[in-house]
Design a protein around this ligand. Structure first.
Ligand SMILES: *[C@@H]1O[C@H](CO)[C@@H](O)[C@H](O)[C@H]1NC(C)=O
Ligand SMILES: *[C@@H]1O[C@H](CO)[C@@H](O)[C@H](O)[C@H]1NC(C)=O
Ligand SMILES: *[C@@H]1O[C@H](CO)[C@@H](O)[C@H](O)[C@H]1NC(C)=O
Ligand SMILES: *[C@@H]1O[C@H](CO)[C@@H](O)[C@H](O)[C@H]1NC(C)=O
Ligand SMILES: *[C@@H]1O[C@H](CO)[C@@H](O)[C@H](O)[C@H]1NC(C)=O
Ligand SMILES: *[C@@H]1O[C@H](CO)[C@@H](O)[C@H](O)[C@H]1NC(C)=O
Length: 672
């Protein structure tokens, strides 16, 4: 079925559909500068599983995100500056856990930025902190306590990007979804300038809804005005307050989308990409998140442009938000301009919207006709509106009066059982007498452009999904120093490979509470692995607490769930060990509110020594072992019946972990 039927104006006048005419012109000047479409890796740990993908799938996915005119062809990559604290689906490691513990080889964001640059040297890099290590705020909860310290911390990261990774950071933010601080904005600007980063621009405040109201008032102060490149807001619902829209400062939706990536999610993305400009004068939209590459049982399942959460099998999904992004990014570059409202951008008579983009020579028009129920985003709520099938006539003038044909690409969503046909190249549209009439279906996206794209070309033979492979072992010998182990998803703290005295192991390295992004009442460092469905499972791991800077209380848990910002409410079967003492206990939750058993080891749990801990859950029996000691307890009704394998410590301090082994059912080595 043809997505579009071209009909002449005469037929239209006597036909069934009304035809509205819309000007496409630069005769009276052009609209705002287009700043690009982006994706956020982080906030938090949203690309954790991607880095563990096998080849060729890993490169295929990176191509789909970043390669020019291929998949999403993103123009901005925004990353989290890790702060050791939970920031949604995990924590990311800071480059400075303490002022004396600095490294630019932690986490996967450096790798990701370099892979993005390889595929598109023009991609712009943006960075923002969610949490900060405690020392930045003198171990309190306010990062602005000493703004020069905070600027030093942030600029160190930008310097590390340049000096260690040859990456230029184009945009830097303040503090994700928390209040901004004027003195810090000025301090950051002057610190960037004095360190040779005059070209790194500040985007602020990255706050939510009503919280950003008033930010524009700062700009009555010219010093502040000059310090900030763009106002970045989150989840604006395509609208902004009038005084923001009129003060001339570039406006960005610097975090948006956050919606399950089925076709309604793709519809949400199509609608906001156009309407953020049409309704809100915003010229850049950045998706949280870039790619859903974290365990599906963590919060915000599949809220990315595509999905890659099966690294062990290489399976991934190219979800339709990728192709919706392509409708704009294949046909317009950062630095182009939108056409003005009423001159190439606006609402359509029977519902939907269109925007035009130009570089003065080339022209791209993107039209969306997404209906209300098929374009709802996770937030904010969407007021009711109607969209009907309609016929539209574009009338070209100014620089565009000589255009004779436009390449045409369509996405049709059906929502009636028929599958979506995303980003399909159609026959060129012919412009006659500077006019083009199109019949628009409901729930569709159209791109008309002088620029040619290959259209949708995608990898074939994506492997089928499979379960997390068991038995599973990792002795952590195959990693570089500071690397995070495969599949081990840190939820709080910083879990990094350490090589010392010929041994390679994982250490939790955060020593003090971070300046948190989530509100958590009970604070535990934790890293999880596996599958939320795991029920009968056996684990052994070697564990050691160093006498210097060691953690106070350690745990290992099975059948554990509720992580992300809910970590303080995590449940499961927890074994707790206390350095220097014989006392251990078993609890049903991370906060040890429900204790199952308190016991004593034959000898105290010694510091600086490796111990072997083993845990096994089979039906209603939970068995634990510490070195040669073991015991089994009956699990009470109401305890969580399935979940991840998790390790960690109450509070902060080093804990070392090695030789992880997981298998299903009873582990014969430990439990006879
Ligand atoms: C703020 O931090 C800087 C280091 O970045 C330090 O030199 C200065 O003494 C600190 N100021 C106060 C008041 O603590
Ligand atoms: C650093 O990156 C730039 C491109 O941004 C490139 O021209 C230059 O050769 C790179 N330098 C090194 C040392 O790799
Ligand atoms: C602009 O704001 C800064 C930071 O709050 C302040 O130090 C400065 O005095 C202000 N300038 C004017 C002219 O008000
Ligand atoms: C902002 O958007 C409104 C429509 O919502 C439009 O009338 C106005 O011209 C735009 N202003 C700028 C400066 O882009
Ligand atoms: C949209 O969804 C609501 C709630 O599910 C439903 O009541 C309504 O009929 C739907 N509208 C259309 C046009 O399908
Ligand atoms: C354990 O005992 C050692 C030696 O007595 C002491 O230095 C250390 O602080 C104790 N650690 C804990 C966590 O109790």
């Amino acid at each position: 079925m043809l997505a579009i039927v071209q009909i002449s104006l005469t037929i239209c006048a006597t036909g069934l559909l009304m035809t509205d005419a819309y000007k496409i012109t630069d005769k009276f000047g052009i609209g705002r500068r287009y700043d690009g479409i982006g994706g956020i890796s982080g906030g938090g740990a949203t690309s954790k599983l991607l880095v563990s993908y096998p080849e060729p799938q890993r490169s295929q996915i990176l191509d789909l995100l970043f390669k020019k005119q291929y998949g999403a062809a993103l123009q901005i990559l925004k990353v989290e500056i890790g702060g050791d604290g939970q920031s949604s689906a995990g924590s990311e490691s800071s480059h400075m856990h303490e002022p004396w513990d600095e490294s630019y080889h932690r986490g996967y964001e450096w790798w990701l930025m370099k892979e993005a640059k390889k595929r598109n040297p023009d991609i712009l890099l943006s960075a923002l902190s969610w949490s900060f290590p405690g020392w930045v705020g003198n171990y309190g909860s306010n990062p602005y306590k000493n703004v020069s310290k905070l600027a030093y911390y942030t600029v160190s990261w930008i310097k590390g990007a340049k000096e260690v990774h040859n990456l230029t950071i184009d945009f830097i933010g303040i503090w994700n979804e928390k209040m901004w601080n004027n003195d810090y904005i000025l301090e950051l600007r002057s610190s960037l300038d004095s360190n040779g980063f005059e070209k790194t621009k500040i985007v602020a405040p990255d706050t939510f809804g009503i919280e950003y109201t008033g930010f524009e008032k700062l700009f009555e102060n010219a010093t502040l005005r000059n310090a900030v490149y763009a106002i970045g807001v989150h989840y604006p619902g395509t609208e902004l307050p009038l005084n923001m829209r009129t003060n001339g400062v570039p406006l960005w939706s610097s975090e948006d989308y956050s919606t399950y990536n089925d076709d309604v999610g793709a519809g949400c993305w199509a609608r906001i990409l156009n309407q953020n400009y049409v309704n809100g004068n915003m010229t850049s939209t950045i998706s949280w998140n870039l790619i859903a590459s974290y365990y599906s049982a963590l919060p915000f399942e599949r809220d990315g442009l595509m999905t890659a959460m099966h690294p062990w099998s290489g399976h991934y999904n190219i979800d339709n938000p990728i192709w919706i992004t392509a409708h704009t990014t294949h046909f317009a570059s950062v630095g182009w301009n939108y056409l003005k409202h009423g001159k190439g951008s606006g609402k359509l008579g029977a519902g939907g919207s269109f925007v035009s983009l130009t570089n003065g020579k080339d022209l791209t028009i993107i039209i969306e006709t997404l209906s209300h129920n098929h374009s709802i985003c996770i937030r904010p709520s969407l007021p009711a509106y109607n969209v009907a099938e309609q016929s539209v006539t574009f009338v070209f003038s100014g620089s565009f009066s000589a255009i004779k044909t436009l390449h045409l690409y369509t996405t049709r969503f059906f929502f009636d059982g028929r599958s979506t046909v995303p980003f399909e190249k159609q026959a060129d549209a012919i412009i006659t007498d500077s006019k083009l009439t199109l019949r628009l279906a409901v729930d569709a996206v159209y791109t008309l452009s002088t620029i040619l794209s290959p259209g949708r070309v995608e990898p074939k033979d994506i492997p089928a999904a499979s379960e997390f492979p068991l038995p599973y072992s990792d002795n952590f010998d195959s990693y570089a120093v500071d690397e995070g182990p495969h599949y081990l998803a840190q939820q709080n703290g910083a879990w990094e490979v350490v090589k010392s005295e010929g041994e390679s192991f994982v250490r939790q390295k955060a020593l003090n509470r971070e300046i948190a992004w989530c509100d958590q009442t009970f604070v535990a460092t934790a890293a999880l692995i596996g599958d939320i469905k795991w029920h009968d499972i056996s684990v052994s791991i070697r564990v050691r607490v160093p006498s210097s800077k060691g953690a106070n209380t350690l745990f290992a848990a099975l059948r554990s769930s509720f992580y992300g910002c809910n970590e303080d409410k995590a449940t499961g079967l927890f074994l707790w060990l206390n350095p220097n003492t014989t006392t251990y206990w078993i609890s049903y939750d991370i906060a040890s509110l429900r204790i199952a058993y308190i016991g004593h080891l034959p000898t105290p749990f010694q510091l600086d020594q490796w111990h072997t801990a083993s845990l096994s859950a089979v039906g209603s029996i939970f068995s634990i072992g510490i070195d040669s000691y073991s015991i089994s307890v009956a699990v009470e009704k109401g305890a969580t019946s399935h979940g991840f394998v998790v390790f960690g410590s109450q509070g902060y301090g080093y804990s070392d972990w090695d030789d992880l082994h997981i298998e299903s059912g009873v582990d014969d080595i430990f439990f006879k």
